[in-house]
Design a protein around this ligand. Structure first.
Ligand code: FE2
Length: 432
């Protein structure tokens, strides 16, 4: 496991070289006339050149061969139901899916798009995918020209080789692989999870406001891989998602040939157990934004293209309060998933590997059993959500559900609305 070494911090200017080649990182220059060890210098830009410093992202890769040494891209037939395939078939119902099936094959062949909005060509929008697989990618790598991917493993670990090094991501951890970065996924056995893809922006830590300097996801807990390379000549396939379609190009060598790199544009992972939870210690609820791990902001201040929000184990102590999530209608879209355990607002009704979508202004909240229980329980300090990890992708965009999500996957629960059917009228009437 010596190849799994990490650099700590969020968005730092990192510098890393494979320990087999000391001095491979040019000392004080990005593009010297000749690079150490006969390497090629290549810049990977993650922002416009002229973005302000706080959003400017790029890395310099020192590699055995430049990425351009490949043959033409051709349409790739190895994926189905993946891409910009949400259709013009609006569906405002509350939606809930049973656990998604695990598909035989590798990470790329098992990608399925559930819903999305916007357009990668216009660099604005997002897509939500389910992945499942049973075997490792072999002599192939993927990159996404359309946006960043936040990957949430639910079943099985991902052994991810990237151009920047190796990342091992277990369920209850997440990783983010940004636009353009090539990666390959190794797995052992049945593997499943969720992907939030954002077009045009990058994830950042939320501002903390009056919380102060510490709390929620702390920067030092984000881990970026150290440089690792292989010098391998073989028949290799580069698979690309570009403008919502998938392409493949052949080349004669592994793209994981980066011996050294530096910059602030690099993949990372994060352990959700390290999230510092903040909540009400008197009465009522803080808005769920308090659980935001990462956010991808739109150009409107405070409005997210997508937030990644978690509901971790924590103490619940509010007095005189209906403690589960309250009934609500939201001007945002809420896609939820469950990594493990039970979700507190639908105990027994939401299993790991499931998903739900509560669309813009579609009402939702606790089911009748949860309402009855929480309205009559004796309130004392108690642990909630132990052993579980629910999450939400919340978006300011109105998400459309793909045909795969609506029909083909055959996991949509057509009786979901019934979980609220037995809510009864408790109104006592005017005082006599
Ligand atoms: Fe909600």
């Amino acid at each position: 496991m010596s190849q799994y070494k990490y650099l700590s911090g969020f968005g730092n200017e990192f510098a890393s070289e494979d320990s087999r080649c000391p001095g491979s990182l040019p000392a004080n220059q990005n593009s010297p006339q000749k690079c150490p060890y006969g390497l090629y210098a290549e810049q990977l830009s993650g922002s416009a050149f002229t973005c302000p410093r706080e959003t400017n992202k790029r890395s310099w890769l020192y590699r055995i061969l430049p990425s351009v040494k490949h043959r033409d891209f051709e349409k790739f037939s190895g994926t189905s139901h993946f891409g910009n395939i949400w259709e013009d078939n609006p569906l405002p119902n509350q939606l809930r899916w049973s656990p998604f099936d695990i598909v035989e094959g590798d990470f790329i062949s098992g990608l399925r798009t559930v819903c999305g909005a916007g357009d990668p060509k216009a660099r604005n929008g997002l897509a939500i995918h389910i992945y499942s697989c049973t075997k490792s990618m072999e002599n192939s790598a993927f990159y996404n020209a359309d946006g960043d991917m936040l990957i949430v493993p639910q079943l099985g670990a991902l052994d991810v080789t990237t151009e920047f090094g190796k990342i091992y991501v277990k369920p209850n951890e997440i990783c983010v692989i940004q636009q353009g970065m090539r990666f390959s996924v190794g797995v052992e056995g049945d593997t499943r999870g969720y992907i939030l893809e954002v077009f045009g922006g990058h994830f950042q830590l939320p501002n903390l406001g009056p919380i102060g300097a510490n709390g929620l996801a702390n920067p030092r807990d984000f881990l970026t891989p150290v440089a690792w390379y292989e010098d391998k000549e073989c028949d290799f396939t580069i698979i690309a998602k570009y403008q919502g379609a998938t392409f493949a190009a052949k080349q004669d060598h592994s793209p994981f040939d980066v011996v050294a790199w530096h910059g602030n544009y690099a993949p990372y992972k994060y352990d959700l157990d390290k999230f510092m939870v903040i909540n009400s210690v008197s009465f009522d609820h803080v808005d769920p934004s308090i659980f935001t791990v990462l956010t991808c902001q739109s150009n409107t201040p405070g409005v997210a293209i997508a937030d990644f929000v978690i509901f971790p184990p924590r103490w619940s102590v509010q007095e005189h309060t209906f403690r589960p999530p309250y009934y609500h209608r939201n001007c945002m879209s809420e896609f939820m998933g469950l990594i493990k355990g039970n979700y507190e607002a639908k105990v027994g009704g939401f299993m790991p590997g499931q998903a739900s979508l509560h669309s813009m202004m579609t009402p939702h909240g606790p089911d009748s059993n949860c309402f009855e229980g929480a309205s009559n329980m004796e309130l004392k300090a108690e642990r909630i959500a132990d052993g579980s990890m629910a999450f939400m992708f919340e978006s300011s965009l109105s998400l459309a559900v793909s045909k795969w999500g609506q029909e083909i996957c055959q996991k949509l629960q057509h009786d979901y609305i019934n979980c609220w059917a037995s809510l009864k009228k408790n109104f006592t009437g005017p005082a006599e």
